[in-house]
Design a protein. Structure first.
Length: 207
């Protein structure tokens, strides 16, 4: 299985690296970072770059695509080179997936019309403009389209994908290999559980 993860300026690193780590550990799977042109692409913090080793044209027909999100998503919504690649690749993928606001790019490519989908809580209602039904769930599977909520949910999505595309034992083995056993010190990972007043402060961190 060949997985392609597109990179664009100001993507969120964990959106890409979380699924990358899960899927790159899977036997027989390989992951390629792609971009408009090969080379480094800088994340939303401006301090980390990942190297795209191939262009969109170099990887026209991956088995799986994982579209990350991030503040740069909103500029990328006007990037027809990226949207066109997503649209064309989707015609032949086994699985088309996104993390966080990457689902907005799936929507802009015309892939979410009539589907249930999720994204980061701050962008959830924006999915409606693409004909999607926003749902506040960690991972949403609709046929071969799989969307994940914000950032860290990409790890859950990748494990869910691996279980469906391969088998549960493989997914569990990868989960154990990467010791994905989350026990957060605070119950503040969702607007539903976060302390009052914390939402505005969190929003200031991500714009």
């Amino acid at each position: 299985m060949h997985v392609a993860i597109p990179l664009y300026p100001r993507f969120t690193a964990l959106d890409a690296v979380g699924p990358y780590t899960v899927l790159a550990f899977a036997p027989g799977w390989r992951v390629t970072f792609v971009a408009a042109e090969p080379g480094p692409v800088t994340d939303d913090r401006g301090a980390l770059s990942l190297a795209a080793t191939a262009s969109y044209d170099d990887v026209p027909n991956p088995d799986v695509i994982v579209v990350p999100g991030g503040p740069g998503t909103f500029d990328a919504l006007a990037d027809e080179a990226l949207l066109g690649w997503i649209r064309r690749a989707h015609e032949r993928t086994s699985w088309t997936t996104s993390v966080c606001s990457g689902s907005l790019l799936l929507g802009a490519a015309g892939l979410l019309d009539g589907l249930r989908a999720t994204t980061h809580w701050a962008a959830l209602e924006l999915l409606r403009q693409y004909g999607a039904e926003p749902v506040s769930e960690r991972t949403v599977v609709q046929g071969k389209v799989v969307t994940a909520a914000g950032v860290s949910a990409g790890i859950d999505m990748a494990l869910t994908l691996l279980a469906r595309a391969r088998d549960e034992e493989t997914a569990q083995a990868v989960q154990l290999a990467i010791e994905y056993d989350p026990r957060p010190p605070f119950d503040a990972g969702s607007p539903r559980t976060a302390p009052a007043g914390l939402t505005d402060r969190a929003l200031q961190l991500i714009v």
